[in-house]
Design a protein around this ligand. Sequence first.
Ligand code: ADP
Ligand code: MG
Length: 576
Amino acid sequence: MDNIIILDDALINKIAAGEVIERPASVVKELIENAIDADAKKIFIELKEGGKSYLKVSDDGNGMSRRDVELSWHRHSTSKIKNADDLFSINSLGFRGEALASIAAVSELIITSKPENEISGRRIIVRGSRELINETIGCPKGTTVEVKNLFYNTPARKKYLKSINIELRHVTDIVTRYALINPKIHFRLIHNNREILDVPSTKDFLTNITFIYGKKIIKHLLLLEYSDDFYKINGYISKPSLSKSTKADQSIYVNKRYIKNTTISNAVNQAYHTLMMVNRYPVVILNININPRQIDVNVHPQKSEIRIHDEKQLYESVFDAVTQTLQKNDLIPETLTDELVKKLTDFRSFQLEELTKDAKYYNIQDNEQKLLVKETDDTSTSKLPEMKILGILQKTYILAETPGNLILIDQHAAAERILYEKFTEQLKNKQVDIQRLLDPVILKLTPKQYNIALDKKDFLRDLGYRYEEFGKNTLLIRTIPIVLGKQFDRNLFIDFIDELEKNKKPVSLEMFFHNKIAKMACRTAIKAGDEITLPQIKQYIKELSQKNIPYTCPHGRPIMIKWSFYELEKMFKRIV
Ligand code: ADP
Ligand code: MG
């Protein structure tokens, strides 16, 4: 008996729609992408009930001819690619010719469009892949697409839609992502006649960002501009002073297409890894320019994931881009963020009396005793401004003055950072101080681990591990790196071997050892309450100013905070 049939088009369309159109937000995303591809300068979005009963996207782009409107909602109808070769050098956001077809299959779709040079436009109404109306109509240049009763004929899908608020949130999210990266396009989002978002066209990226995040964000943002032989990256990233509890405010684009990509996201967040407390994430808006031939956008039904040919290189470029931006900027947190105002009021000791009392090594009034760190420092490599040490507060904070600012430095956090970077440097340069074990350790491994250990012997030797074969699948460990403690840490060593085996993820040595090193640095560094001497302070500041990131301890807590004299004068009401 023959069993196989060929499905009819309407059913094929419905099936395809399931992949492309998941919820109102996916419709809005496709329609926005079409408007951008049509060079629109205005994209207005209107919703009713989170887009479930009605949504409309209108643009002032190039519009469509009568024939194009008629063809546009058919499957595989596209003006964006012509042949297979084009598929591997996509310059537009769309290319598959299935968005409108998918929408048409599961809703009532109304397309109204007119190109610049036509007198009248065309309107077509399609329901469940069936054309109902096709007529001439007067309308302005551009395209308006309306979608009514999404999923009216696929109840199972409809059931999966969430509440109005949740659907609206998804729509707002996608509109925001596209508004962020297209400063020259005016985006407006209206829900149930209420304006949710209005982001006018601006010439400049930063102003555009403030329409979404508010003006206050500016002081927390750093401009990122980077290019190497492979990628050009630009955008804004937040200083560690602005962090979030989720990655929701990280918008990553490849060729201005909003995408989700763990390699890029990991690279960004790893670059911050000692600058922020655990589970805090920077705000990031980054566009990565990649030759379209180096990526495959045709791997995900909603085109929100892409395949990148050289992910490892991409990881490195993004990591470098973010690291360099962080390293070349002053990241000392300004006071008078709300958080720091609170800290200030919490500083019971921040009173002049106590300050002089506790500044036991120097009296702050005594100018002669002021120490100019600059004298001893090579400023060409210094990451910190010239500092005069004023004293020590409660055996915990070094008090210093820089041109225009009063600075408090957490002595423990500073010492931790210095040691952390020293250890990391040793590992990076594979010049670690080693410790010979009095009793060599016998370590039994699995055959696979044993193979790797022998295979990577030279590499591990550079890291401070020296060992020899000691019978079947067994090593005799003779030396270990001092940076990782005095005892041989079996688990760490085995983790490392396993990591070498995977070797897929582009994780660097320093990252791998980060926690361990941070712990060691913390244990070894001077603590709050430990007394330190002037030459020690001098040495700390000098070493700190030569470190890559002299602003936070390896756990992301700030090393120093500053009050500008301007802010101080405001606090003392000298100026208003
Ligand atoms: P794709 O974007 O992959 O080509 P779509 O189904 O989204 O497929 O759209 C089909 C075609 O309809 C597009 O290639 C384009 O020519 C035309 N089109 C759709 N939306 C618009 C619009 N807003 N402005 C101008 N042309 C449009
Ligand atoms: Mg499209």
